[in-house]
Design a protein around this ligand. Structure first.
Ligand code: NAI
Ligand code: MG
Length: 356
C-alpha cells in the first residue's frame, strides 16, 4: 500500500541531510517495491522568508494528511532578531502541538567503531544502549504566562512550568511500554525536592508503574541524572522526563555516541502521524558546505520505516548499512578519528547506499 510522507527540510544543513536521507528512502523503495508518495513543505526560517510565518497552514495540512513526517532542522542567525512569532523554533513548537506529538523518543546507542571519538573513556561508554523519552508538548516551553514584566516594580521576566496530570501519565506510560520490550527498567527523572510539578510527576509515575509489574521504576533527581549519565551511563535503560530536562539530558547523552550527528529521534502522538528528525539543529556554521553528517537523518528514516510502517527488515538493513560504513572507516568531519577516510555528506550517503 502507498505510504504518504511529508518532508520538511527546513534551514541550514536541513536540506542537505534530508536530500541524503531521501536517497536512502528511494533506494529502499526500489529494492523492496514499496510506494512512497512524497510531499515537500516549508517550515522554519525559510517558511518565514516565503510566507511571513514559520509554519504555514499549508504545511500543517500536508502533515496531517500524511502517514509520517520527516524533518531536517530549523533556525539560524539570520532569523534571530525577528519577533517571537516569526522565529523558526516557533514552527517546530507549533507542529508538535498541532499534531499532539507528546512523546519524543531518543535512542542512544554507542557504535563500537565510534567509541574512540567520544570524549568519554571507552570502557564507560562501550555497550551503552539507552532511550530518553522526553515529554514534548507541555512544561515550561508552553506554559503561560511567558513574558517580560515588572516584578515588584523592577524589570524582569516570567516563564511558567505547568503540567496536567494526564499529560504526565500518557508519556510515562509510553516509557513503560518501551521498557517492557527491553531490559525492563524505567528511570523517571524530576526535581521533586524543589518543584511541585515534579512531586506530582513522581506520584503519577509510581501509579503507572503498578500496571507494569515486570518493569522496575526508579526515581532520580535531574542534577544527579546529569552526573550519572557521564559517570555510569550503562545503568540506564529507559529515561522518562519532562520537556526541558529531557531536552538537556538527551543532548548530554548524545555525546556518549560520539556525535550529535549520529542521533535520530521520533515524536509520537496517540494516533499518528509520527514525526522523525535528527536531534541536532541546523548547524549554520557548516551549512551549504556538503560536510554535515547525514547519518542521524538516515537513521530517522529507519525509525520511520520501523515505527510508522512496520518495515522491520528494511529498518534493520539501513542500520546495518550505517554500521558497516562506520566499520569500514568512512567518516564525516564531526566523527573523524585517526586512520579513517574523511567523506562529504553526499559521499557518506553513497557509501550507505552501496551497503544497502
Ligand atoms: P546545532 O545542533 O545546530 O549545532 C551544534 C554543533 O554541532 C555545531 O558545531 C554543528 O556544526 C554541529 N553539528 C550539528 N549537527 C551536525 C551534523 N549533522 N553533522 C556535523 N556537525 C553537526 O546546535 P546550535 O548550533 O546550538 O543551533 C544552531 C541552530 O539550530 C539554532 O538556530 C537553533 O535554534 C537551531 N536548532 C534547531 C533544532 C531543530 O530544528 N530541531 C534543534 C536544536 C537547535
Ligand atoms: Mg535540544
Amino acid at each position: 500500500m502507498k505510504k504518504r510522507i511529508a518532508v520538511l527540510p527546513g534551514d541550514g544543513i536541513g536540506p542537505e541531510i534530508v536530500a541524503g536521507a531521501m536517497k536512502i528512502l528511494q533506494t529502499i523503495e526500489t529494492l523492496y517495491r514499496h510506494q512512497f508518495e512524497i510531499t515537500y513543505a516549508d517550515i522554519g526560517g525559510c517558511a518565514t522568508d516565503k510566507t511571513g510565518t514559520p509554519l504555514p497552514n499549508e504545511t500543517i495540512t500536508i502533515c496531517k494528511n500524511s502517514d509520517a513526517i520527516l524533518l531536517g532542522a530549523v533556525g539560524g542567525p539570520k532569523w534571530d532578531s525577528l519577533p517571537v512569532e516569526k522565529r523558526p523554533e516557533q514552527g517546530l513548537l507549533k507542529i508538535r502541538k498541532e499534531l499532539n506529538l507528546f512523546a519524543n523518543i531518543r535512542p542512544t546507542t554507542c557504535y563500537e567503531s565510534l567509541a574512540a571519538s567520544s570524549p568519554l573513556k571507552e570502557d564507560i561508554i562501550a555497550g551503552v544502549d539507552l532511550i530518553v523519552v522526553r515529554e514534548l508538548t507541555g512544561g515550561i516551553y508552553f506554559g503561560k504566562p511567558s513574558e517580560r514584566r515588572l516584578i515588584d516594580g523592577k524589570p524582569g521576566a516570567v516563564d511558567t512550568l505547568q503540567y496536567e496530570n494526564e499529560e504526565i501519565e500518557r508519556v510515562v506510560e509510553k516509557a513503560f511500554e518501551i521498557a517492557k520490550t527491553r531490559s525492563k527498567k524505567v528511570t523517571s527523572v524530576d526535581k521533586a525536592n524543589v518543584l511541585e510539578t515534579s512531586r506530582v510527576w513522581r506520584e503519577i509515575a509510581s501509579q503507572v508503574a503498578e500496571k507494569y509489574p515486570d518493569v522496575i521504576l526508579e526515581h532520580m533527581l535531574v542534577d544527579n541524572a546529569a552526573m550519572q549519565l557521564v559517570r555510569n551511563p550503562k545503568q540506564f535503560d529507559v529515561i522518562v522526563t519532562e520537556n526541558m530536562f529531557g531536552d538537556i539530558l538527551s543532548d548530554e547523552a548524545s555525546v556518549l555516541t560520539g556525535s550529535l550527528g549520529m542521533l535520530a529521534s521520533s515524536s509520537l502522538s496517540a494516533g499518528g502521524p509520527y514525526l522523525y528528525e535528527p536531534i541536532h539543529g541546523s548547524a549554520p556554521d557548516i551549512a551549504g558546505e556538503n560536510i554535515a553528517n547525514p547519518l542521524a537523518t538516515i537513521l530517522s528514516v529507519s525509525m520511520m520505516l520501523r515505527l510508522s510502517f512496520q518495515m522491520e527488515n528494511e529498518a534493520t538493513i539501513i542500520e546495518e548499512a550505517v554500521n558497516n560504513v562506520l566499520n569500514k572507516g568512512f567518516r564525516t568531519r564531526d566523527i573523524l578519528a585517526p586512520n579513517c577516510t574523511i567523506v562529504s555528506t553526499t559521499e557518506m550517503v553513497e557509501e550507505v547506499e552501496k551497503e544497502i
